[in-house]
Design a protein. Structure first.
Length: 428
């Protein structure tokens, strides 16, 4: 049987032994919105939990609009082209409006990337700047949370008279779902905040999982931080498997977020009857699979389905390589995952982005990880504590040799954009 995987910009078609494939997990169908501009416009004028945006903007002296960086396929140009004119009509001049790219600790987005994420019409008219999480001089300290997390938030956001967050709601491998509060923390947070929010005491919690909000300390903590930092209005969108807009929610941060989650949750959950020997997954194609760092999310998404001792096969383009210099450095100074885990148990060892490898290590404790990619050579992939394969088909043949001709396979073409479950576990 042929299956199309999300891979890079154009996808990857693989041939699999149909008798072994238990299920190809997929989105449930959703009706795309017909008139996108009208849908966004109506939500700005009829939001949940707040007055309409034009009314909120009246009398404000400055505005900061936070948007996602290049790693999220948000239709920002569509949204901003409807949103920003409301601010100007309310009396805010363009020099008092900043569109702030919520990079967290990701690299800045410049040049053609700004056009890609915000649209040429927006870039040509408005001031667009990047958040720099490592520069604390650009942040304001708001104290500590009850759990002891220091709150450093971008000064441009904190000091803005009107604060608006624009994001995408999708499954997130540690926060349950992205969107809403996540634009502020980690999107606009400083390094000390992100470091502690990503610490083992949060990430190792059993509820810090994709698709889970109840009792999830990662979600609860960044919600608390976002409320302390302030957020006057949010716009959250939901996309289907073809990245078509199917829902828009706007208004008060928590209400709009949960309204969007309710829609997403009906679309992205799928299951297999029992754990399988082999899971074929992806990092959901471009832009998420451009780096190994982001592609770890595809491994984590597959972990619930695989048997202990099974194999996860990840197909990811890795067109930009490993990731940040800090993340790359971790592999250079550790000879194994075991050595890395031993080091991070000490408070004296810290590397930016180490949390991603910590989550990969959790997966590796359960299953073997094989990576198929055009972006990095096999010898380099081995240095990333995974096994390389020339193709998904070759990796499957090897697995059938290992587990026998009747080994079971589950396929996750959209990787981390799915919440994968084992039906027998959810019914227990």
């Amino acid at each position: 049987m042929e299956v199309q995987l999300d891979y890079g910009r154009h996808g990857l078609t693989v041939r699999l032994p149909e008798a072994n494939v238990v299920k190809v997990l997929c989105y449930r169908p959703a009706q795309p919105l017909v008139d996108l501009q009208v849908a966004v416009r109506e939500k700005l004028l009829s939001p949940v939990g707040t007055p309409p945006l034009p009314e909120l903007a009246q009398g404000k002296s400055s505005a900061c609009v936070a948007i996602c960086d290049i790693t999220r396929p948000v239709p920002n140009e569509l949204i901003l082209s409807e949103l920003l004119p409301h601010l100007e009509r309310a009396g805010l001049s363009r020099d008092r409006i900043v569109v702030l790219v919520a990079t967290g600790l990701h690299r800045p987005n410049l040049g053609h990337e700004l056009v890609e994420i915000a649209g040429a019409s927006i870039v040509g008219k408005y001031r667009i700047e990047n958040h720099h999480g490592e520069n604390l001089e650009e942040h304001v300290f708001l104290g500590e949370t009850p759990r002891g997390v220091p709150m450093w938030i971008d000064r441009r956001w904190v000091e803005a008279d009107l604060k608006i967050a624009v994001g995408l709601i999708e499954p997130h491998f540690m926060a349950g779902y992205s969107g809403g509060r996540k634009l502020i923390c980690p999107g606009l947070a400083g390094l000390p905040t992100i470091r502690e929010w990503h610490s083992p005491r949060f990430l190792e919690h059993p509820h810090a999982r994709s698709g889970m909000l109840d009792g999830n300390p990662v979600h609860l903590e960044n919600t608390w931080i976002a409320k302390q930092a302030g957020c006057d209005f949010t716009v959250n969108v939901v996309l289907d498997e073809k990245r078509r807009l199917v829902d828009v929610q706007a208004g008060e941060m928590e209400e709009a977020f949960h309204a969007g989650v309710a829609v997403v949750d009906t679309m992205v959950r799928d299951s297999v009857p029992e754990p399988v020997d082999i899971v074929i997954t992806t990092a959901a194609g471009y832009p998420l699979d451009a780096t190994f760092y982001q592609s770890v999310k595809g491994m984590v998404a597959a972990e619930p389905l695989v048997k202990p001792g099974g194999t996860i096969i990840l197909a990811a383009a890795l067109s930009e390589g490993v990731g940040s210099p800090d993340f790359t450095r971790i592999f250079e100074e550790n000879r194994s995952l075991e050595e890395f885990l031993e080091k991070i148990s000490s408070p004296d060892y810290f590397r930016i982005d180490q949390w991603q490898l910590e989550l990969m290590a959790r997966v590796a404790r359960k299953a073997r990880i094989v990576v198929v990619s055009d972006g990095l050579p096999a010898e380099y992939l081995r240095r990333l504590f995974v096994e390389p394969a020339a193709s998904v088909e070759e990796a499957v043949v090897d697995c059938l040799d290992r587990y026998g001709p009747h080994a079971t396979i589950a396929v996750m073409p959209k990787g981390p954009y799915l919440v994968a479950e084992v039906a027998s576990a959810t019914e227990a």
